[in-house]
Design a protein around this ligand. Structure first.
Ligand code: PMV
Length: 327
């Protein structure tokens, strides 16, 4: 095997992940549920290096030291975990802005985990790959299978029961669309890692969100199975609201939105009031992710695109499983 190329998809959460019970192992305080996005992909090519060090190219251009450091740390963890001494040449790129709240770390570390395991012929199960990817970035545990996915928080201190699995594949709900409203593609000021720590240690409403979110997880799975859009959308917005309330309640207050984010969210609420089935969620960034049906997507895009500060709108379906090409 000379090289492996892996294409994975980023994911957005309907039941959110925000907070770790173990920072080193990336163990979450709660389970989360996500949709993988066909339109947001990372492509990573890996080969063995003839040099005694790893070489990494990110998005074909000079990159910030910290993003590469995370990749280097992850490769090191991979070598230690599986007793491997090789070094690697890795070229990775995203077809969307990196580090701007568009979940580039989810697809990025998932591609790396699958690629390293494939190149080294480890034959890992999806569960093992999810556990490996999780240790690069928590959200990456959820980009191993494609489709609609649950990440079980797990209970064990060693993290062997904290992994993600597919609930529904990409064919389950073909009418579903996700619109990614790109508002600002600059790198975010407070990393998710720091933001989570600040929220879990200072926010008075964080514990309340954890409790209510558990109930939502129980409700959203049958609603997804029944393709009950209004119920799914309401649950997702409630969970989003709980997460952001706890962030705004933290000290310092974590507000990742811009004025444009607020206008986009208000516009979506107004569309809904007028009868269009449409919901939104946001992550740790200003961009807004919109849930809708394919037959309403054009109208919603047209409405949102006219808001000053909206840079672009990416329309996506639910992603299938990652692709792996071996040469
Ligand atoms: O990408 P990570 O592993 O740092 O986690 C980010 C978590 C959120 O995107 C803010 C929420 C989620 O559930 O994806």
């Amino acid at each position: 095997m000379k090289s492996v190329t892996v294409r994975t998809n980023a994911n957005i959460s309907l039941i959110k992940y925000w907070g770790k019970r173990d920072e080193k192992l990336f163990l979450p305080t709660k389970s989360s549920l996500i949709i993988t996005l066909d339109a947001l992909a990372t492509t990573t090519t890996l080969e063995y290096s003839s040099q005694p060090h790893d070489a990494i190219t990110l998005n074909w251009q000079p990159h910030s030291q910290s993003s590469v450091q995370k990749i280097i740390d992850f490769i090191h963890l991979f070598r230690t975990t599986y007793s491997i001494s090789d070094h690697f040449v890795i070229k990775t790129h995203n077809n969307f802005p990196t580090g701007a709240g568009l979940a580039s770390s989810s697809s990025g570390f998932a591609a790396l985990a699958i690629g390293l395991a494939t190149l080294c012929r480890l034959n890992l199960s999806q569960r093992e790959l999810s556990i490996l990817a999780r240790q690069g970035s928590g959200s990456a545990s959820r980009s191993i299978t494609g489709g609609i996915v649950i990440w079980h928080k797990g209970e064990l201190p060693d993290g062997t029961d904290s992994y993600a699995e597919q609930l529904f594949d990409e064919h389950h709900w073909p009418e579903l669309r996700i619109l990614v409203v790109v508002i600002n593609d600059a790198t975010k000021k407070i990393s998710s890692r720091d933001g989570m720590r600040i929220t879990t240690t200072t926010s008075p409403s964080y514990g309340q969100w954890l409790k209510t979110s558990e109930k939502r997880m129980v409700e959203i799975i049958p609603a997804l199975a029944a393709k009950d859009f209004l119920h799914v959308g309401h649950i997702a917005e409630q969970d989003w609201s709980g997460m952001h309330t706890s962030m705004l309640d933290a000290s310092p207050c974590l507000d990742y939105w811009t004025t444009t984010s607020y206008i986009v969210m208000d516009t979506i609420r107004a569309l809904r009031t007028k009868g269009t089935p449409v919901f939104f969620t946001t992550e740790a960034g200003p961009n807004v992710k919109v849930l809708c049906f394919h037959n309403n997507a054009s109208l919603i895009k047209q409405t949102l695109a006219s808001i000053p500060g909206v840079i672009s709108i990416i329309e996506s379906t639910v992603a299938g499983k990652p692709s792996i090409t071996v040469t």
